[in-house]
Design a binder for this molecule. Structure first.
Ligand code: PHE
Length: 331
């Protein structure tokens, strides 16, 4: 009985198990208690020796119980860090989901990377050179206005588009260059259902020998059809950007049940203006971006717009404000 009891005490991993072991040995119906009761069947001569054995066993078991109790108490105290009972069952964690913008961005990146575009990035706090000058944007262009752009006292600004990453990439790379740069952009727009002061773009740039307008058109049509389905209708409308010539805006036809289909603008694009290559070359000794040798196309997509088309979201503010009731629908 003693050996069995000591091994049960040794095996107890917490106070509840130890108490169970104690009751099984010393409790009213415990083994040792039973053995003590059995004494009455013994002869007078046998009793003293048996009694002594029982006493010794009881002492050994009690000592083992006390000792184990101290050990377990210490262990419990250690777990009770800063008032937290680490032995309590943990509360269930609510699993989150990806933000709709993250879902759209990841898919866009996945499709474009398969087409050979590598990821690039640049700072959100930019200087006028990378945001405007190198992109052939004249001093008096309205986009440079303090009414439209957030300026810091230092003269730096919050980039108004991800096109600044085109410049930052070409300053360091050699042609051929084939990059995409997703990121935030900032404008001093009045906030309404389709405008916000912060929004998300994905810039693309492809510069190599003999890049043509057809490459631009094919690339973007392929991309948009992978994004929204094979039958997606895509339209290129002539437009103007200082850094591309010719320039276009791209619309995608949006079909919402019970509504007239309508064209939604998703991107600006065009063939890189030679003036942009000139300003890159001016800053490089190797003059690798010689507009006699290379051509290129660029595009800037609105990721917020893509998300709005994907899920029929009517208000861009929902994408920024992090209302849990809205976000839950995407988890
Ligand atoms: N930067 C332009 C915008 O923000 C989009 C654009 C990118 C246009 C690249 C042409 C080429 O509206």
């Amino acid at each position: 009985i003693q050996a069995e009891a000591l091994s049960a005490i040794g095996a107890a991993e917490n106070q509840a198990q130890l108490e169970e072991a104690r009751i099984a040995i010393l409790g009213k119906k415990g083994k040792l208690t039973g053995a003590a009761a059995g004494m009455r069947h013994l002869s007078k001569e046998e009793k003293p020796a048996a009694g002594q054995m029982l006493n010794e066993a009881r002492q050994a078991i009690s000592a083992a119980l006390d000792e184990k109790q101290v050990v377990l108490q210490e262990k419990a105290d250690e777990l009770l860090v800063a008032g937290v009972d680490m032995t309590m069952p943990a509360a269930e964690l609510a699993a989150g989901g990806l933000h709709p913008l993250t879902i759209v961005k990841d898919r866009a990146i996945q499709i474009l990377r398969r087409m050979g575009f590598a990821l690039a990035e640049g700072p959100e706090i930019e200087d006028e050179f990378h945001c405007f000058d190198a992109l052939n944007t004249p001093q008096d262009h309205p986009a440079r206005n303090e009414k439209d752009t957030f300026y810091f006292d230092s003269g730096k600004l919050l980039r108004t588009h991800t096109s600044s990453v085109q410049i930052r990439t070409m300053e360091k790379a050699k042609p051929p260059v084939r990059i995409i740069a997703p990121g935030s952009a900032y404008r001093r727009d009045d906030i309404d259902a389709t405008h916000h002061c912060v929004f998300n773009q994905l810039e693309g740039l492809f510069v190599a020998e003999d890049v043509k307008l057809g490459d631009l058109k094919g690339t973007l049509e392929f991309f948009l059809r992978h994004m929204f389905g094979e039958k997606t209708e895509v339209r290129f409308r002539p437009h103007f950007f200082p850094f591309t010539e010719p320039s276009f805006e791209i619309d995608v036809k949006l079909h919402v049940k019970g509504e007239e289909p309508k064209w939604i603008e998703v991107a600006g694009c065009g063939m890189v203006d030679p003036a942009v290559f000139d300003s890159i070359n001016a800053g490089r000794k190797d003059e690798l971006f010689d507009s006699e040798k290379v051509t290129g196309f660029a595009f800037g997509m609105g990721l917020d717009r893509l998300a709005m088309i994907q899920w029929g979201i009517k208000d861009i503010r929902l994408l920024i404000e992090n209302d849990a009731r809205f976000l839950k629908q995407f988890s």
